[in-house]
Design a protein around this ligand. Structure first.
Ligand code: RRO
Length: 316
């Protein structure tokens, strides 16, 4: 397979992307910092930090902790609110030729509907990520992805509002017993694709002060430590719902890590925490992934999606 004839594009619902590597929501804000290191149109898309209806200051500091092979964050949905975001960030991304996936987060089912309505006629948006799995909320009842009825209500509200305007990608939490059953509920409610996985709820206690280290006490664990959890979740959901596109994420640092997620069933892969240590991680992952797919004999990304599910000699 020659590089020139290899098809590196991918789709999430009706949205098409020329490459399968994306930013992870929350790790690149609206892409301004990363644009100093590479042109944003070289990656699949920028997935923006989950935005709420109103400006939000987020949780008390400290908001970060290093952990073995990972990182704990407790940002708490800090952001400018949807109006400022649509006035400043989306136009800037469009000017910079980035493809844009806007991530939204609401405090109530209705708020998700209102946010979706604001996005309906905005030019330059490829898809909406509906984040129902932020771990950094003070009331665990607001982690909609951990309760099938709440998850269903949010997705139905966004689907009703958007009709067929924009593909809906729903971001799920790994902190559930059966992620495939939650996936099925949100797909039945109208999700076109799924983003797997958000961070895992964790905690670090400072053994000098003998108090929790983070201002918000708990935080979301990301980085290589969670990659096997993400691969497992992607594999289980692809097995249950093989036609539903998955945007995979969780500890991807190399092209081989991204390849592993594609083999598990992801149609695209987001790189998040790795960008903090290496601002060109997205480009490095993308280049390495392309070479790996070609060297394994694939003609396209699509051919490799879910390849680990084929029957083996040992397990036909
Ligand atoms: O803002 C956050 O603290 C946050 C969000 Br919205 C999320 O979805 N996942 C995460 O680890 N942190």
């Amino acid at each position: 397979m020659r590089e020139s004839s290899f098809d590196f594009s991918t789709t999430l619902g009706s949205a098409w992307f020329p490459a399968p590597v994306f930013t992870a929501s929350g790790c690149a804000s609206s892409g301004r910092e990363l644009s100093q290191f590479f042109p944003l149109d070289e990656i699949g898309a920028v997935v923006t930090k989950s935005v709420m209806l109103k400006e939000r200051l987020g949780r008390p500091t400290p908001r970060m902790a290093e952990t073995p092979s990972g990182m704990l964050n407790s940002i708490g949905l800090q952001g400018p609110g949807i109006d400022a975001f649509l006035a400043k960030d989306v136009p800037w991304l469009v000017e910079n030729k980035a493809r844009v996936i806007v991530s939204i987060a609401g405090e109530t089912v209705d708020e998700y509907g209102v946010l979706a309505r604001r996005l309906r006629s905005v030019p330059g948006i490829s898809a909406v990520e509906v984040n129902i799995s932020c771990p950094n909320v003070d009331n665990r009842g607001l982690v909609f992805a951990c309760d099938p009825e709440s998850a269903k209500a949010v997705v139905e509200s966004v689907r009703r509002t958007l009709a067929g305007d924009l593909p809906i990608i729903v971001k799920l939490s790994p902190d559930v017993t059966n992620i495939a059953s939650i996936a099925r509920v949100v797909v039945d409610a109208g999700a076109d694709a799924l983003a797997l996985i958000n961070t895992l709820l964790g905690m670090v206690i400072n053994t000098d002060t003998m108090f929790p280290h983070l201002g918000g006490k708990t935080g979301g664990l990301s980085g290589p430590a969670i990659r096997p959890v993400a691969v497992r979740a992607i594999f289980q959901v692809h097995e249950a719902l093989p036609k539903v596109p998955i945007l995979g994420m969780g500890g991807v640092r190399t092209g081989r890590d991204a390849f592993e997620m594609i083999l598990a069933g992801a149609s695209g892969v987001s790189v998040g925490t790795a960008s903090f240590g290496n601002p060109t991680a997205l480009i490095d992952v993308q280049n390495e992934l392309k070479q790996l797919l070609i060297s394994k004999g694939f003609n396209s990304v699509q051919e490799a999606v879910g390849f680990a599910h084929r029957p083996s000699k040992a397990n036909p």
